[in-house]
Design a protein around this ligand. Structure first.
Ligand code: CTP
Length: 410
């Protein structure tokens, strides 16, 4: 879902300030906002604060000649993938129902050929009024998505439905509306295998060797591949993340279990090896808790090397996934080590990241994508955005391969 853009119309209501948080949360997920603030909206948020957050020019008046030459209101209404009215006031909804076009927001709503999401927020009695309910029903009949407001205490002191929905709910709705329809999903029919999280190598029933991997990047990639239409098998070590919807999750503990689960999941068209697999395991796992007290010396723990899952799948004679992608967690000379890893493991691409900072367990990642053609450096971005961009690159690669014209040109 990288490079998606919404056109956000901020109406004049006390909940307008929450639209600032919405812009920020969407930005973190790679969704840009271009913003129109209605005249009433400017009483609640300043165009300057909106511009600072959206990183774009903010539009406020219909008949501004400079804007009309730079970008007319018709073009503005079509410059995004989705129009979002937040907060949608009773007045804005009534205008949209009747096709008014006497300011920039209403004109844009009338001129657009894009889907529209309205996020209402108003006093409980205004929301419950027959006129508003009639308007909501009409908007929905006209194809506009109108969210149900939340229920609770309101700024005006009353209680009931009318509060702006939680920002996380609005973000989820926007993401769902921006998702390509099933027939446009480029990875439909593709089986993707993803590993994520750490592995745990037991010493005894209570102790193990492991690492700090949170699983966040691997889970995000599984979700992004599923959003592109792939059937995804996610083989995960122990993490505290919820099972992603629409993904086949196989939970494992050790590296050897992880390899077996991956082999059982083959054939796959794509394998993305994100797991931070423990390189070694204790040769012996005690069946009872090791008693260390009173022995005087610390025990020597003999280690054995774990199987390399990425190398094993990359070098399969039969059932090698068509596209094999490894990760390289490095703390220095990132690209040089990543290139060596690409050759050593026999995979097709390496996603190289510098884990010297707060990447493991953190929310953001800065990576370089190493292919046989060279390195692409991506700017620092949230892990979800890295995932969406990688899924899009995978889809380009796979759909490119399937494109008969491209094959003929090769
Ligand atoms: N990997 C794997 N099985 C292992 C070790 C690593 O599948 N036993 C995969 C990881 O999922 C990742 C890639 O190999 O895609 C590189 O992992 P990394 O830990 O960076 O490299 P190592 O192979 O452990 O090499 P080194 O420790 O020398 O950096």
């Amino acid at each position: 879902m990288s490079s998606k853009r919404i056109l956000l119309i901020i109406g004049g209501g006390i909940a307008a300030y929450k639209s600032l948080e919405l812009i920020r949360e969407l930005g973190r997920r790679g969704i840009a906002s271009r913003v129109i603030v209605t005249k009433a909206g400017t009483e609640f948020v300043t165009p300057l604060s909106v511009a600072a957050l959206s990183g774009d020019k903010v539009y406020t008046e219909l008949f501004n000649l400079t804007d009309e030459t730079e970008m007319g209101h018709i073009e503005l209404s079509r410059s995004a993938d989705l129009l979002v009215v937040c907060p949608a006031t009773a007045d804005l909804m009534a205008k949209a129902v009747h096709g008014h076009a006497n300011d920039l927001a209403s004109t844009t709503l009338l001129a657009t050929d894009k889907p529209v999401l309205m996020v209402p927020a108003m006093n409980v009695r205004m929301w419950g009024h027959a006129a508003t309910q009639r308007n909501v029903a009409q908007l929905r009949a006209d194809g506009v998505t109108v969210m149900e407001p939340d229920e609770g205490p309101m700024a005006c002191g009353e209680f009931g439905p009318g509060r702006l929905p939680e920002v996380s709910r609005i973000v989820a709705e926007i993401q769902a509306m921006l998702r390509p329809p099933a027939d446009k999903k480029r990875l439909a029919g593709v089986h993707a295998l993803v590993t994520a999280g750490p592995t745990r190598e037991p010493l005894d029933p209570v102790r193990y060797l492991s690492n700090h991997s949170s699983g966040k990047q691997g889970y995000s990639i599984a979700i992004a591949l599923a959003a592109e239409g792939a059937r995804v098998t996610l083989v995960s070590g122990p993490v505290s993340l919820p099972a992603p919807e629409g993904v086949d999750l196989v939970k494992v503990e050790t590296a050897r279990d992880m390899l077996k689960a991956c082999e059982d999941a083959l054939p796959a068209d794509v394998f993305v090896s994100v797991a931070a697999v423990a390189d070694w395991r204790p040769v012996k796992t005690a069946t009872q808790k090791l008693k260390l007290k009173g022995k005087g010396a610390a025990p020597a723990i003999e280690l054995a090397e774990n199987p390399d899952i990425l190398r094993t799948l990359s070098n399969k004679k039969k059932k090698r996934p068509g596209l094999v992608i490894g990760f390289a967690a490095e703390t220095e000379e990132v690209e040089r080590h990543a290139n060596e890893k690409l050759a050593r493991k026999g995979c097709d691409w390496i996603v190289a990241n510098d884990v010297s900072g707060d990447v493991m367990g953190g929310l953001e990642n800065e990576i370089a994508l190493i292919t046989r053609d060279g390195a692409e450096r991506w700017p620092r971005m949230p892990k979800e955005q890295v995932a969406a961009r990688l899924a899009a690159r995978i889809a380009d690669q796979i759909s490119g391969r399937d494109d008969p014209q491209k094959l003929a040109a090769e």
